[in-house]
Design a protein around this ligand. Structure first.
Ligand code: SAH
Ligand code: AVI
Length: 322
């Protein structure tokens, strides 16, 4: 226990300095940018959970429906005695559908950057799945991290739902898929959720909800910099912006400076012009074909795909090429 708390503290100190470095680098760049991975402190994870329940945010509902109907077919692709490794596990709600459908899963390894949220969800899972080994890993999944030693004798299946892969640039998505192949090993199966290209109205509404939760999620980046870095962003001086960039098939989220302003982060002065934006997230949308090309380019072979009745979302099963 003592050892665990030292590890957790070291992880959060590393995150702190990486966060400070990335905020200063991103806000002194042109155009200004911040990485979406920093949305997810405890407040951000809670706000994301609120987003998933919004009437406008269709991806979670669609993917839950697909998994509800097809998880047993996906589970049949897993090796006997599997460790299910989820990249960016959040509330683990979708993993629960996989666990319920797949008696072959002996261990569940949720990997997430939001360490406190992760620990709480893991405790809930242990309570609800008494015979399952729940082995959370607090890590940035784009970097190398250690898997628990106790899964060494198990097969491995990867789980990457939520269209979190859409938050990467295409070259990063490819690099991530290669990285996941290395983690999961030869002949592994990876189940990936992808949000599909659709009409612009549906797409933009999902990121501009009437209740303003997505705006609060976006602004939490600055609130987090205030909390953790002693920055002095006045949130009232920024507005949320989300639009569909059709050419690049992505939703872009920005924070727009309402006026000319100066703010300080870790002793560095940051200047923003009126209407200048901080680019906070891309959420790429795919077609089944465009995702297939991406996966093949990263050494994976698509072996099955499932969709919802509206064709809004797709869950793909990939097998690592030998
Ligand atoms: N899989 C869940 C949650 C998706 S939200 C679902 O489908 O509903 C994205 C999740 O990925 C969040 O929990 C966030 O904390 C995590 N995340 C984002 N970037 C990450 C990174 N670089 N490393 C590890 N986790 C990350
Ligand atoms: C986690 N990720 C796939 C979400 C998305 O849709 O891009 C994050 C999000 N951003 C705004 N709303 C939800």
């Amino acid at each position: 226990m003592r050892f665990q708390s030292v590890v957790a503290r070291r992880l959060s100190e590393d995150r702190y300095s990486a966060f400070a470095r990335d905020v200063i680098e991103g806000l002194t760049a042109r155009p200004k940018r911040l990485s979406p991975k920093y949305f997810y402190d405890e407040t951000g994870s809670r706000l994301f959970e609120e987003i998933t329940a919004l009437p406008e945010y269709y991806p979670t509902r669609c993917e839950l429906a697909i998994l509800g109907a097809h998880a047993p077919e996906m589970a049949r692709l897993f090796p006997a005695q599997t460790a299910l490794i989820e990249f960016g596990s959040g509330s683990s709600k979708k993993a629960r559908l996989m666990l319920d459908a797949a008696p072959s899963i002996a261990a569940y390894v949720p990997v997430d950057i939001s360490s406190k949220w992760l620990a709480e969800e893991a405790a809930r899972l242990r309570r609800d799945y008494a015979r399952l080994a729940v082995l959370p890993v607090a890590a940035d999944f784009t970097e190398s991290f250690q898997l628990p030693r106790s899964i060494a004798t198990l097969g491995r299946a990867g789980f990457f739902p939520g269209s979190t892969i859409g938050n990467f640039e295409p070259h990063q998505a490819r690099a991530f898929l290669q990285h996941a192949a290395g983690i999961l090993g030869e002949d592994a199966i990876l189940i990936v959720g992808i949000d599909l290209v659709k009409d612009e109205g549906t797409l933009t509404a999902a990121y501009n909800d009437a209740a303003g939760v997505t705006a609060r999620f976006n602004l939490n980046l600055l609130a987090r910099a205030n909390r953790e870095l002693g920055a002095d962003f006045d949130l009232a001086k920024f507005s949320h912006q989300a639009f569909y960039n059709r050419e690049r098939a992505r939703i872009e989220m920005h924070l727009v400076s309402r006026s000319r302003q100066k703010t300080s982060v870790c002793g560095r002065m940051i200047e923003l012009g009126e209407c200048e934006t901080i680019h906070t997230e891309n959420s790429y949308k795919f077609t089944v074909e465009s995702f297939g090309t991406l996966a093949r380019g990263a050494g994976w072979t698509p072996v099955a795909a499932w969709s919802d009745a509206d064709g809004y979302f797709s869950v793909q099963a990939l097998r690592a090429a030998k």
